[in-house]
Design a protein around this ligand. Structure first.
Ligand SMILES: CCCCC/C=C\C/C=C\CCCCCCCC(=O)SCCNC(=O)CCNC(=O)[C@H](O)C(C)(C)COP(=O)(O)OP(=O)(O)OC[C@H]1O[C@@H](n2cnc3c(N)ncnc32)[C@H](O)[C@@H]1OP(=O)(O)O
Ligand SMILES: CCCCCCCCCCCCCCCCCC(=O)OC[C@@H](O)COP(=O)(O)O
Length: 373
């Protein structure tokens, strides 16, 4: 193991990364609050500012993935369709098997210039996450409790609000509704059997209502559905902790562009259409497990410098006062202030570790197991 690789695994480096992320994130959250008075005066300007602020947080994770861990996503897609990515609004449908699928998704967004504005249909619990969840609130992310009777009104309203969004955005939907586990897979295949649907090997049975409602409410706003299928080479099981430790992974992402007009308007037909889409996705995953690659040519959109510049900028800006404080502490600090600093550092690492825990599949919710069906 080289010195650099060893350094990436040290607690000090992790503490610096977490401190930078948490403090810069909370400062950005504060700036987002400051945009509140602007909303009634100039809503579109407030939205544009919030996209930039959002980019300043999410691009740190992209920099961590791409520059720190050296992980590079390989994109498989039609080069002609690729010309349209980033130039149109789209609904993205993605499998939900990996702990860092959202990071790979953000990389895709960053390469096509839609990272700040992109959104997803997320479970309500994520809105309470400091930094990320609070940022999402200002980016008009759509949150649901996964209880349709309670969600319907706010879901439709949130989608309608996006109709005059001033920036190009992608709206991510994990139609499976929860992360893949063996137990959830077994149960959802029982549901598939009862409904007379073909069994899926690599996906849970998709829930179709959210997709249909999104398509219906975003018709005229969104041009296409991007059917995205993600997998990792060599059966890698990536984790966010692995990325922070500087471990390099090998993700492959297959993107198919489907014009929105080809998605049926009728709810029942749309549901059949989505099930068929998941059967195709399942076949791609099966072929991937045999061949180690997806169909279609590989494209390599350039990696821009801004994610790295933003990350280094925040790190330098925040490390300087921290170093000054530490020097002061060592020279003149009382036991009490030293203890307070140790407590602060511990709080930062415990807080961020808790946030990282939200990405871990072993902590996945019980959604999709019998009690919640
Ligand atoms: C790679 C590119 C990336 C681009 C990235 C772009 C943007 C990135 C931005 C941010 C990234 C952040 C990442 C964070 C990710 C967070 C993701 C989440 O939080 S996932 C959880 C929340 N999302 C969802 O739940 C969406 C999917 N669910 C739905 O859409 C649902 O339809 C619903 C809206 C929640 C409503 O669900 P409900 O169950 O009430 O209705 P349905 O009609 O859909 O389903 C009922 C139907 O399902 C049958 N059933 C029962 N059990 C199961 C089961 N286990 N599996 C499947 N189906 C089941 C049940 O019998 C009912 O059938 P029927 O209607 O016939 O009676
Ligand atoms: C420089 C950057 C440093 C990064 C330091 C670490 C920061 C920690 C960041 C935490 C980021 C949290 C993003 C949360 C996204 C998790 C998405 C997710 O996977 O949610 C699960 C739901 O879809 C389904 O839930 P389940 O029903 O499976 O339960």
């Amino acid at each position: 193991m080289g010195l650099v690789q060893w350094l990436k695994g040290t607690f000090l480096c992790h503490l610096i990364i977490c401190y930078g992320f948490l403090v810069s994130g909370l400062l950005v959250n504060l700036l987002q609050i400051c945009t509140l008075p602007l909303w009634p005066i100039n809503k579109q300007l407030a939205r544009r500012i919030n996209c930039k602020l959002g980019y300043s947080i999410t691009s740190q994770s992209v920099a961590l993935l791409e520059w720190w861990s050296g992980t590079e996503v390989t994109f498989y897609t039609d080069p002609e369709n690729c010309q349209l990515y980033g130039k149109e609004n789209a609904i993205v449908v993605l499998n939900h098997n990996f702990e860092i699928d959202f990071l790979c998704g953000w990389t895709f967004c960053d390469r096509f210039g839609v990272l700040g504005a992109s959104k997803c249909l997320a479970k309500k619990e994520l809105s309470y996450l400091p930094v990320i969840g609070w940022m999402w609130y200002f980016l008009e992310m759509v949150f649901i409790k996964r209880k349709w009777e309670e969600d319907e009104r706010s879901f439709v309203q949130s989608l309608q609000n996006l109709r005059d969004y001033p920036k190009k955005f992608w709206f991510l939907l994990h139609c499976e509704g929860t992360r893949f586990t063996e137990e959830k897979h077994r149960i959802s295949m029982e549901v598939a059997e009862k409904k007379g649907l073909p069994k899926l090997k690599h996906h849970l049975l998709p829930r179709t209502k959210g997709f249909w409602v999104a398509v219906q409410n975003l018709r005229g706003t969104v041009a296409a559905v991007y059917c995205c299928t993600l997998n990792f080479r060599n059966n890698e099981t990536p984790t966010l902790l692995g990325v922070i430790n500087g471990k390099k992974y090998h993700p492959d992402l297959y993107i198919r562009r489907i014009p929105l007009e080809s998605v049926p308007e009728d709810e029942a037909e749309c549901s059949v259409w989505l099930h068929k889409l998941y059967q195709e996705k399942d076949q791609f995953q099966e072929d991937y497990s045999q061949t180690g690659c997806f169909p279609g040519p590989v494209i390599t959109p350039p990696r821009g410098p801004w994610a790295l510049i933003n990350w280094l900028g925040w790190t330098c800006l925040l490390l300087y006062p921290l170093c000054l404080l530490l020097v002061q502490l060592v020279n003149y600090g009382s036991i009490l202030t030293i203890l307070a600093t140790v407590a602060f550092c511990s709080a930062v690492s415990v807080g961020v570790r808790w946030m990282i825990g939200q990405t871990e599949i072993k902590r996945s919710s019980s959604y999709g197991v019998p009690l919640n069906n």
